[in-house]
Ligand binder design. Structure first.
Ligand code: PHE
Length: 390
C-alpha cells in the first residue's frame, strides 16, 4: 500500500473540493505525479519503491508501478472511481467523469509506452552484451610446462626403459615394516602419522609413517611379482630435515631393482655406469665405495667424477672446485646387491636368484646437471625459475 499521502484515498468533499476548478486541479495534481513516475526507467522505479516503501509484493518494478496506478483492487484509477466519481455531488459528476476518462486514457497509453521502452532497452543491452567481435585477436592462454623435477624423472625413466626396466609407483604412507625399519637411521628422522584409534579390532597396530625412501617398493614389487624383476620407482620421500640449500623435508628419489637368476655384481656396476654416462655424458666416470644398508649385501655408495671440474678437483679459474670441494668426486647413489635374507620375506628362492638395488636423489641429480645451487627453488615454484626450464 502507498505510504505517501495519496489524495485519491479521500473523497472530494474531504479534500475541500466543491467546484469544477477544484476538480481540475486535483486531477492535474495526480497527473503530474503520474507523469513523473512514468518517465522513469526500471532502476529509478526500484529506488522510488524503496524510497516510498510501496507495493513491495511485486519483484518486478514495472509491474509494481502499473499496479499502483491501474491495479484492479487498489490502483489509483479504482480509488478515483470509488472515492471521487461515485461519491461526488451530482453537480460535479459530469466534470469528474470527463476528467477521469481523460486521465484513464492518458495513464494507460503512457504505461504501455513505458513498458515497451523498458523492454526494448533491456533487449538492446542483452544484445550488446552478447555481441561477438570476430576481428578481435584471440585470448592467448599461457601454456605451462613440466616442473624440472618431473622432466628429470622423465629423462631417468627413458634411460632405464630403454634397457628393459619398467616403471612402478608406490604409496607415500608406509608401515615401518616396508620402510625396512631402518636401524641406521634415527627414529627422529621419520614423520609418523597420528591416526585416530581404529574401532576395527583386526586393524594393524603398526604406526604409519611417511616413507623415508623409495626402497619399500622393493618388497612390495617382489611380493606381487615373480622373478625376473626389473623396475624403477620414481617418487616423493620425506625426512625430518631442516631446510637449507641441500636439505628439504620432502624430496624425490628413483629406486631401482633388478632380480633374476644370473645377475652379477658386474651387471650391477655396468648398469649404473651406463645410466650415469647416458644422463651426464660419456666422459663422466663412476666409482664405488663400501657402505652399509640393512637390505643390501654388499652395500656400496656410487660416486661420479665431478661434472664441474671434470674430476680434477680444481676450479677453472684456479683454486679448488667448490662443487666437489676439491675431491673430484660427487656422491650420488646408495646401492648394493640385494641381501639374500630379503628374498626370504617375499618367497623368492635365495639359492636361485640374485639381484641389485639402488636409490638416487633426483633433486641432487637435477641440481648437478642444471647447475642449481639451492634445493629450495624446486619447492618455491617461483615462475621466474620455472620458466627457465620450459
Ligand atoms: N634407500 C637408500 C637411501 O635412501 C638407498 C638405497 C637404495 C640403498 C637401494 C641400497 C639399495 O638412502
Amino acid at each position: 500500500m502507498p505510504t505517501v499521502d495519496n489524495p485519491t484515498e479521500k473523497t472530494l468533499a474531504e479534500l475541500g473540493v466543491n467546484d469544477a476548478q477544484g476538480v481540475a486541479e486535483k486531477f492535474a495534481e495526480v497527473r503530474t505525479r503520474f507523469d513523473r513516475q512514468v518517465a522513469f526507467d526500471a532502476d529509478e522505479i526500484r529506488s522510488l519503491m524503496l524510497h516510498e516503501a510501496w507495493l513491495g509484493s511485486d519483484s518486478d518494478p514495472v509491474t509494481s508501478l502499473r499496479n499502483f496506478w491501474v491495479g484492479r483492487k487498489a490502483g489509483v484509477l479504482t480509488l478515483i472511481t470509488e472515492n471521487w466519481l461515485k461519491k461526488s455531488p451530482p453537480s460535479l459528476k459530469g466534470v469528474v467523469g470527463k476528467q477521469f476518462n481523460e486521465l484513464k486514457t492518458h495513464i494507460e497509453t503512457k504505461l504501455e509506452e513505458q513498458r515497451k521502452r523498458i523492454e526494448e532497452k533491456t533487449e538492446a543491452a542483452a544484445l550488446n552484451r552478447e555481441q561477438v567481435d570476430l576481428s578481435l585477436p584471440g585470448v592467448i592462454r599461457p601454456i605451462g610446462s613440466h616442473h624440472l623435477i618431473r622432466q628429470v624423472f622423465q629423462e631417468i625413466e627413458d634411460i632405464f626403459f630403454s634397457i628393459g626396466f619398467s616403471i612402478v609407483e608406490g604409496p607415500e604412507i608406509e608401515t615401518p615394516y616396508y620402510n625396512f625399519e631402518d636401524p641406521v637411521r634415527d627414529d627422529m628422522d621419520t614423520f609418523y602419522l597420528e591416526l585416530p584409534p581404529s574401532s576395527d579390532k583386526k586393524a594393524a597396530p603398526t604406526p604409519l609413517l611417511l616413507r623415508t625412501h623409495t626402497s619399500p617398493m622393493q618388497i612390495r614389487t617382489m611380493e606381487k611379482q615373480k622373478p625376473p624383476v626389473r623396475v624403477i620407482v620414481p617418487g616423493k620421500v620425506y625426512r625430518r630435515d631442516n631446510p637449507d640449500a641441500t636439505h628439504s623435508f620432502i624430496f624425490h628419489q628413483v629406486e631401482g631393482l633388478a632380480v633374476d637368476t644370473d645377475i652379477t655384481f658386474c651387471d650391477f656396476t655396468g648398469t649404473i655406469d651406463y645410466f650415469v654416462k647416458q644422463f651426464f655424458g660419456p666422459s663422466v666416470k663412476t666409482r664405488f665405495r663400501p657402505s652399509y644398508f640393512p637390505f643390501t649385501e654388499p652395500s656400496v655408495e656410487f660416486d661420479v667424477s665431478c661434472i664441474f671440474c671434470g674430476g680434477s678437483g680444481a676450479a677453472a679459474g684456479g683454486g679448488t672446485c667448490s662443487k666437489c670441494k676439491g675431491a673430484g668426486w660427487i656422491e650420488l647413489f646408495g646401492a648394493g646387491m640385494v641381501d639374500p635374507a630379503v628374498y626370504g620375506f617375499v618367497n623368492y628362492d635365495a639359492k636361485k636368484v640374485s639381484g641389485f638395488a639402488f636409490g638416487m636423489g633426483i633433486d641432487r641429480l637435477a641440481m648437478l646437471k642444471y647447475g642449481i645451487d639451492d634445493i629450495q627453488v624446486f619447492f618455491q615454484n617461483d615462475v621466474r625459475f620455472l620458466r627457465q626450464f620450459p
